[in-house]
Design a protein around this ligand. Structure first.
Ligand code: NCD
Ligand code: ZN
Length: 354
């Protein structure tokens, strides 16, 4: 008998871009409706590099959360070569800062202030290793000589592995892992390494971006790879292995910024992520592992409890329709199209009904 209903702990999103201003107001409710917590990416303009900026940003996010939603933004700091270690400790001591994000300078959207050479932030990383604060890495080298499809593998060899050998106690999350090399690297580690996997990398490969015309709404960084890599990501996500958990990397951009001669990287998946994921796990015959991936493995790595409340996912008779776009005060944002019909809906289970 096929499964038609699933009751899971309220999920969390361990990698989310909420932006600022009217974009933030428009997108926050899609995450806060069914997600309990999210790791909030700090790549705003200017980036969130100080505890004060993170506190202000958190407050703005909370103001955008509808009154009847139960959502906690988990704040991060953007690591720069000018970051003073005391700034991070202050944030951690106050309970506000849950992780530090490492963008190699120039690797992705708004990463210009990122790190050029890890040597220049080593004292920060050493202290992070001491206190167990996770470093969230955008795992791509930026060397123009390195082919864009190889950037993750080269990053592992030349940056991440040397770093982890030097600081084995440093707790690292490889954000949005996209290749078999990345998956195997995580699986081969004995401790202190985990990876987030996005919704869209479980669904699209590079053909979806480039065949039948160029599709800017499937373009993100790290860019989607060959089919064999997508299959490796699916196998990792549905395996139940606690080192893999959901980070949607939902990254909204206005359509105008994507549909142009130099389109931005980023896919907006917050709108329909749970339905897409339920479909993927169903296709793999592993719905029983969905809760581990979206609700249990992440908190375990972050040393937090799973959410107390629960969400019901249930199968619908008719496909659940997503709009092609959502509106923001500044213009439309295209919703991720998974190219399959979704027959799963989510519903919050009211307190006391658990
Ligand atoms: C992200 C964004 O737009 O902020 N884009 C993306 O393609 N994922 C940045 C990032 O996470 O790389
Ligand atoms: Zn991201």
């Amino acid at each position: 008998m096929s499964i038609t209903e699933l009751i899971i702990r309220r999920p969390d999103d361990w990698h989310l871009h909420l932006r600022d201003g009217s974009m933030m107001k428009a997108v926050v409710p899609f995450s806060s409706a069914y997600f309990g917590r999210a790791i909030i990416m700090p790549n705003l303009i200017p980036p969130v590099t100080t505890v004060e900026q993170a506190a202000i940003y958190r407050k703005k996010i909370m103001e955008a959360v509808p009154d009847n939603h139960d959502f906690e933004p988990l704040m991060t700091l953007y690591l720069t070569e000018a970051t003073r270690p005391e700034e991070i400790w202050r944030g951690v001591d106050s309970g506000l800062i849950k992780a530090v994000k490492f963008y190699p300078a120039g690797a992705t959207t708004n990463s210009e202030s990122g790190v050029r050479d890890l040597k220049n932030v080593m004292s920060v990383l050493e202290k992070m290793a001491d206190i167990g604060l996770p470093l969230l890495v955008h795992g791509e080298v930026t060397d123009p000589e390195v082919d864009i499809f190889d950037r993750e593998a080269v990053f592992i060899d030349t940056v991440l592995d040397p770093l982890r050998r030097r600081l084995p106690e440093l707790r690292v999350v490889m954000e949005h892992v996209t290749t078999t090399t990345g998956v195997n690297y995580v699986v081969s580690s004995d401790k202190n390494l985990a990876a987030t996997i996005t919704t869209h990398h479980l669904i699209i490969n590079r053909n979806d971006i480039l065949t039948g015309g160029i599709k800017p709404h499937y373009y993100c960084l790290p860019v989607a790879k060959r089919e064999k890599h997508r299959l490796a990501l699916r196998a990792a996500a549905v395996s139940g292995d606690a080192r893999f958990f959901l980070g949607t990397d939902s990254a909204p951009h206005l359509d105008g910024a994507k549909e142009c001669i130099c389109g931005c990287a980023g896919i907006f998946t917050a709108f329909n992520t749970l339905g897409c994921l339920a479909t993927v796990f169903e296709q793999e015959g592993r719905l029983s592992k969905l809760e581990a991936f979206v609700s249990l493995n992440g908190p375990k790595f972050y040393r937090l409890s799973p959410n107390a409340s629960r969400v019901r996912l249930y199968k619908t008779h008719d496909p659940v329709m997503s709009p092609e776009k959502i509106k923001t005060a500044d213009g439309p944002v295209t919703v991720f199209n998974p190219m399959f019909s979704v027959y799963w809906r989510a519903e919050n289970i009211a307190e006391g009904q658990n």
